[in-house]
Design a binder for this molecule. Structure first.
Ligand SMILES: [Zn+2]
Length: 439
């Protein structure tokens, strides 16, 4: 083997939509996050140990991290030179790293959400607690990371905070310790997870068991919302069973549905978790479709993660179609009725969006959701129910805990259809004009 000259890892990703998030030259295999958080002062003291693998010897590399004070950085246990500026931690180890290496970052500060064109995302204070909702660029608001959806890693998250607070984090609770006035919570996430889906929720919560099994489902809620939760989340076990029927086995060991004591604009998915605002539990089941939507993301987005943000319809279109499927299977409106309604509503809007490449400004445009669901409904009509659901189940099984692209879905759909669908997908995914539902 020859000696290759070490190179510098790029402080950017290949993502056409978000090139400033993510870094080149290495991938992270595991994050060990140890966080102490003072709720009233919004003070976070953190230690992150990343186990990473360099593609080739690296003389320097970078991580994404927002405005914290960083007292020190160790690479493979040795102090390393670093410079922290504009959301990037540039690290120059004493000796180049090669193969597997570790980076330890100590950091402290008052975490604040990242301001983005999609609003404030990341670590945010609640009236009495904190939440993390990072999609798409909020993760560096609370830990140093390679902030790109394609770099999925395992996690161990340890959070210490004052005793009255409950901590929920994305993972399976593996330990809980108590000491004078504080409690420490340890969560393990064994499934590969992108940084934007890693989350910590802190509040005065109680746990309500929605189902003991086969997939354990708990709601983490303020006590005052117990009655509303009983009504609004009463069908959650049935929703889980229905989605497993449509999409195949639920991809994680358990599911936590967190409801904050504050109102939130929109619920959001995290790994094995979803986060709702108090306004989403009104005791009248008004927002059940959103409960379905966030659960569906566990398959579409969380287990199957998009390789880059162009493919966002693979998350939102599928989660939206899950709403229609649940409606149909639970005795509500048929999926076809939802499709007709939304086809008319999307048709009334300007035909100026390309579903498979909407551009960063329109990643969360409502039409990504609705036209994305319409493609699936049209595909179902075109190929028939049995091949359609077999396709969805093979899609989730084949790419379980991996990353996916639109081209991979189109290819697999063609195989299940047994006929050429290229004109169909070109019209729906690559053209601006909205095709008819039966075409
Ligand atoms: Zn969604």
């Amino acid at each position: 083997m020859g000696l290759s000259k070490p190179t510098a890892g790029a402080a950017r990703s290949d993502d056409p939509y978000l090139p400033t998030h993510g870094n080149g030259g290495y991938r992270v295999a595991h994050y060990e996050l140890d966080i102490d958080y003072k709720v009233a002062a919004n003070r976070l003291t953190g230690r992150a140990v990343l186990t990473a693998v360099a593609d080739a010897p690296l003389s320097r590399f970078s991580l994404d991290l927002e405005a914290f004070r960083v007292p020190r950085v160790l690479v493979d246990g040795e102090a390393a030179k670093f410079r922290h500026r504009a959301g990037k931690l540039h690290i120059t180890p004493d000796r180049p790293v090669a193969g597997r290496f570790t980076v330890e970052v100590r950091y402290v500060g008052n975490p604040a959400p990242v301001a983005s064109r999609w609003g404030d995302v990341g670590w945010d204070e609640l009236t009495d607690g904190a939440l993390v909702a990072s999609q798409p660029v909020g993760a560096p608001s609370w830990f140093p990371c390679n902030d790109h959806p394609s770099d999925k890693a395992t996690y161990r998250i340890t959070v210490t905070t004052a005793a009255p607070y409950t901590v929920a984090a994305t993972g399976v609770l593996s330990a809980r310790r108590r000491s004078a006035g504080t409690r420490t919570w340890v969560y393990e996430r064994a499934e590969p997870t992108p940084s934007y889906l890693v989350s910590v929720q802190i509040g005065r919560y109680e746990e309500v068991v929605l189902a003991e099994g086969p997939v354990p489902q708990v709601a983490v809620i303020p006590a005052r919302l117990r009655r509303n939760a009983a009504r609004d989340l009463g069908r959650h076990p049935a929703i889980m069973t229905a989605l497993e029927g449509f999409f195949g086995p639920y991809p994680f060991a358990d599911y936590q549905l967190v409801v904050t004591d504050d109102e939130l604009d929109d619920p959001i998915e995290a790994q094995g978790m979803s986060i709702f605002g108090s306004n989403h539990l009104d005791g009248r089941r008004t927002h059940e479709r959103l409960v379905v939507h966030e659960l569906a993301h566990q398959w579409f987005g969380n287990s199957l993660t998009i390789a880059d943000w162009r493919h966002i319809w693979l998350n939102e279109g599928f989660a939206t179609y899950a709403e229609w499927l649940w409606s149909e299977s639970s005795g509500g409106r048929a999926a076809a009725a939802h499709a007709r309604e939304w086809h008319a509503r999307v048709a009334a809007q300007p035909a100026d969006l390309v579903l498979a490449d909407p551009g960063p400004a329109r990643m969360f445009d409502e039409r990504i959701y609705k036209r994305g669901a319409l493609v699936l409904h049209a595909l179902r009509g075109r190929i028939g129910d049995e091949p359609f659901f077999a396709l969805l189940r093979e899609w989730t099984a084949r790419h379980r805990h991996a990353t996916v692209t639109t081209a991979q879905f189109v290819e697999l759909a063609g195989r299940h259809a047994g006929t050429d669908l290229s004109a169909f997908f070109t019209a729906w995914l690559d053209r601006r004009a909205l095709p008819g539902l039966g075409s």
